[in-house]
Design a protein around this ligand. Structure first.
Ligand code: CA
Length: 355
């Protein structure tokens, strides 16, 4: 099947459902000040330098436009949403959020960012919902921030930008965060981060470290590490969200199940322990998948078929992939209206507790 042309510019017509975009980035200006100081220090992580170093200093039109959009939670963003037919955005602190900061700064800035987000939601309650930033560097503080976010700010989801300085949530030292997410019924959106030290070079030398490929590989790995570490046997009500059509995991599922069983049986790795269920079952029962950046009908339909149509959600990935015509491609999918309504509207309302 032919891929739609990402350079076309058709505007979407009105639709019989609300379009809720569920992985939309913002950046408080104060966070960019912290990033600027980190970048000036010279010892910043290569992945962070490659990502935010580019966007914050490049004179290119794309970089300057994205920086303008990231910091706006009012007129400019609402105009872009209106032009693309987006009724509502679910906002997340742009990657890497606080995860690149030292622990104390990360804990205090996560609170500041969540207050900034809650203010924007109060200004535009019918246009914005959001996810809480937390600092995995301090799991106890992250758990407290989830409690504060739910009870004081009325925000019912969490975003974590994949690894934290090379460490993965599969490590039980982070599981206090899962415990809080389960207790407060806040799904965790595992969003990509710039690649960690050990992965960066083979991707960077060929320019494939970013959203084009590296992000998906690393975030898919992270989700799979969480599954194979037994997190969902320990936290049976924990829910997670992954973007970019599930970071390709649905396409891998058969092979992962086969090889996981074979690896457990051979006792080849101490780290690969028996699980109560197959890896694909955790993926289907504990995860939601958004299509962020993938406006491609066959991939959406395959993922709905694999996950169930109540587990696949629309996302645009604004402002990084502000592609108005993609909304039209997805409106035009040959799919029952009930499934399309789940995809664009009602799944997001359920997962993010949007009234
Ligand atoms: Ca994104």
């Amino acid at each position: 099947m032919l891929l739609p042309d990402p350079a076309s510019t058709r505007r979407p017509a009105p639709a019989p459902y609300k379009r809720i975009a569920t992985e939309e980035a913002f950046a408080p200006p104060a966070m960019l000040d912290i990033y600027r100081r980190l970048l000036e220090r010279g010892d910043a992580d290569a992945g962070f330098r490659g990502l935010m170093g580019f966007y914050m200093t490049s004179p290119s039109e794309r970089a300057r436009h994205i920086m303008r959009c990231l910091t706006d939670l009012d007129a400019l963003r609402l105009a872009h949403m209106d032009a693309a037919g987006i009724d509502m955005q679910v906002l997340a602190l742009t990657s890497p959020g606080v995860q690149v900061m030292d622990s104390a700064t990360a804990v205090s800035f996560a609170r500041e960012a969540n207050d900034f987000l809650a203010d924007a939601i109060r200004r535009h309650p019918t246009r914005f919902a959001g996810m809480l930033a937390v600092a995995p560097q301090d799991p106890a503080a992250a758990a407290k921030e989830i409690e504060r976010g739910v009870n004081r700010l009325g925000i019912h989801a969490v975003v974590i930008n994949s690894h934290t300085q090379g460490e993965y949530l599969s490590d039980p030292k982070f599981w206090e965060i899962f415990e809080a997410a389960q207790a407060y019924d806040t799904p965790i959106y595992l969003h990509p981060n710039a690649l960690p030290k050990g992965m960066y070079e083979p991707f960077y030398e060929c320019g494939l470290d970013g959203a084009i490929y590296g992000f998906g590989v690393e975030t898919g790995l992270h989700a799979l590490r969480i599954i194979t570490a037994g997190v969902f046997d320990r936290f049976p009500k924990l829910r997670m969200v992954i973007g970019h059509m599930g970071e390709a995991l649905p396409f891998w599922a058969y092979r992962i199940d086969y090889m996981h069983r074979a690896t457990v049986a051979s006792q080849r790795y101490a780290s690969v322990k028996p699980l109560q269920r197959r890896p694909s079952e955790y993926l289907r029962e504990h995860f939601y998948i958004t299509n962020s950046g993938v406006a491609w009908e066959p991939a959406v339909k395959f993922t709905q078929d694999f996950m169930g149509s109540d587990r696949v959600l629309y996302a645009m990935d604004y402002p990084y992939q502000y592609a108005v015509d993609e909304v039209g491609f997805l409106d035009a999918m040959d799919m029952p209206l009930a499934d399309k309504t789940r995809f664009f509207q009602t799944n997001a309302q359920a997962v993010f507790k949007i009234a």
